[in-house]
Design a protein around this ligand. Sequence first.
Ligand code: ZN
Length: 440
Amino acid sequence: MAATPELQHTIGKSTALSGTSLHTGEKVTLRLQPAAADHGIKFRRMDLQDQPTIDAKIDNLKTVERATTIGEGAMRVHTVEHVLSALSALGVDNAIIEMDANEPPIGDGSAQLYVELIKTAGVVPQETPRRIFDLREPLHIETKNGALLVVLPDPKFRISCTQVGPEGRFTQFYSTEITPAIYEREIAPARTFVFYEDVQPLMEKNLIKGGSLENAIVVRGEAVLSKEPLRFTDEFVRHKILDIIGDLALFGHRIRGHIIAVKPGHGPNAELARALVREHAKTLPTLQPRAFPPGEGGLDIKQVMDILPHRYPFLMVDRILGFEGDMRITGVKSVTINEPYFGGHFPGHPVMPGVLQVEAMAQVASILMMKITKSASRIGYFISADDVKFRKPVFPGDTLFIHAEVTKARGNRLAKAKCQCTVNDAVVSEGELMFTFLDK
Ligand SMILES: [Zn+2]
């Protein structure tokens, strides 16, 4: 059987730290509290009347100048990106971030203090599967000032980033997969950096009261001014990656994809988070048939591919939506114009071949068989198809729901399943399939 689905995580216990906020220079205490599955990450302002909470979601984004600020009504939470970055990268899906001021402590300008806080609290699994957005098609945003962010489908969460300073100074590149261990070692220690020409007017206006060489690296001309030496020769680009992770946490789902970022910043990062929300919304109708099958949870494409040996262009199921007891299964396949067979079936009039719908039924049914017989180490061979009927044509843009129900199972070797494909609740094809199982 497939690997168990990834679970949501929260923190093990309530844990706090205190420090100074960057923009106001005030002292602030931040406390992380565990939260239930599907709660997400929320901030709570303990210093305001009624202690309001706010979702760490892109819909609540207010400003992106120098830092990422979220808000609702008159309430604001500034500079959310470093604490969100650490929570996201260390795998915390659900938590409440309580603060008695409008901005988290800046620490040394890196995310190290939050990594330590989260490790003290512990990261514990919950019972609900994690929501992961598997990007299916490349996505990109571009801004007027030359920022370019691309997300490519990828089985892992990776970031490749190019940081470019004024006049091309301190141009740096870094590329890495993001796992908790890599983040803690390679990304979290990277500190905030500023170019002197950018902060000088702010210092004059007294807008960064808490700013000092203790919590930021200042670049003046070619000189790098900081309290302690650079932690990495390419510390700047690593901090940019830290910020990307924090800003994209506002998307609200984990991402499987490769982010390629050129000249990123809070503005472009937020724009990408919005684009991800839009892209994700498009996939929702294809993931939810009108009657979602009760019972066990589904399998994502990775889990499907762990079970089935089929690969492009012959993998005919994108996702298993769920099981109903041990006897029924529903899978889904988005039929796109990019399917290789449409070029020839038929030119100018694309129709999904009926035999491929039968293949889709066979693949979905065999996942169910392997679940019943616990024989994922074997391949199900499709040995007969009876009463096959094709009732309606399937076109590009259709979402094919593939249903299978076991009607007969003899030992671990032979099984029969009644199958149907539906589009918009109408049966487009059906048949009764028989399988035998052989060792791989
Ligand atoms: Zn930052």
